[in-house]
Design a protein around this ligand. Sequence first.
Ligand code: C2G
Length: 130
Amino acid sequence: MKKIITYGTFDLIHHGHINILKRAKALGDYLIVGLSSDEFNAIKGKAAYHSYEERKLILEAIKYVDEVIPEQNWGQKVNDIKTHDVKIFVMGSDWEGKFDELIEHCEVVYLPRTEGISTTKIKTDLHNKE
Ligand code: C2G
């Protein structure tokens, strides 16, 4: 079984998230998502609208996602790749080059981001409509 892994906050799920999950899954047979915990989001300087449990429930309902594990720190990726026997690590192109050290352990693929959508844009657009 060819396992793929990707990581993120996946707050206020939108079509940009769906696109990368769909394309990541298409690279193999089994997609694991390392979902940022609320505590790790604080370290990333992000405050998600939905809690970890709510974001996990939503991700698990997406047909491209086979397993959700918590992402609690920047350094767990190598261990995750080994533990889960991951063949390909996937991230959006905004992370291009940032995780190339993982090439020792698995294939590293950066996929083009979906233009025109982001969680921040959703929040801003909604605020401006008030
Ligand atoms: N993404 C995308 N297109 C968008 C928005 C997001 O392809 N319009 C991708 C991002 O590139 C990322 C994934 O969707 O691969 C999740 O995005 P975020 O939830 O914003 O994740 P991020 O905060 O980038 O956290 O250790 C890695 C970090 O946890 C990544």
